[in-house]
Ligand binder design. Structure first.
Ligand code: THU
Length: 134
């Protein structure tokens, strides 16, 4: 269970990295902070591209830097946006995160401190995963 102090630390990290988002096309800046089970925090922001499909979301940015640092088990994810209402991760990010952490607890925060909480597997029912490749 992630405690209140940890959620607050993740929320701060996600909003801090959101300031680095490169989102000139959507003007929708996103930050993400991913907590590994060994207590490390990995951050990411969305990085858009003139070839729109080459854009990457904040959540996958955080995930790839975590895996590159040797982290493969995750407990919590915070998403930070400037939206009016909290927004869940997109479908591609759900799939990418599910590979490592189907039980991931996700909080999506808006700027006034409001949030929605989700468990990843509830966001992606009947998911395709590695067990189906066996
Ligand atoms: N985006 C994220 O980075 N994470 C989300 O959870 C939702 C969407 C990005 C993708 C794109 O750069 C912009 O937000 C608008 O969709």
């Amino acid at each position: 269970m992630t405690n209140a102090n940890t959620w607050e630390r993740l929320r701060q990290a996600a909003f801090d990295v959101r300031a680095e988002a490169y989102a000139p096309y959507s003007n929708f800046s996103v930050g993400a902070a991913l907590l590994s089970r060994d207590g490390r925090t990995f951050v990411g922001c969305n990085v858009e591209n003139a070839s729109y499909g080459a854009s990457i979301c904040a959540e996958r940015g955080a995930l790839t830097s975590a895996v590159a640092a040797g982290a493969r088990e995750f407990a919590a994810l915070v998403v930070a946006t400037g939206a009016r209402q909290a927004t869940p991760p997109c479908g591609i990010c759900r799939q990418a995160l599910l590979e490592f952490a189907p039980n991931l607890v996700i909080r999506s925060y808006v700027e006034d401190g409001g949030y929605e909480e989700y468990v990843l597997r509830d966001l992606l029912p009947h998911a395709f995963d590695r067990s189906q490749l066996e």
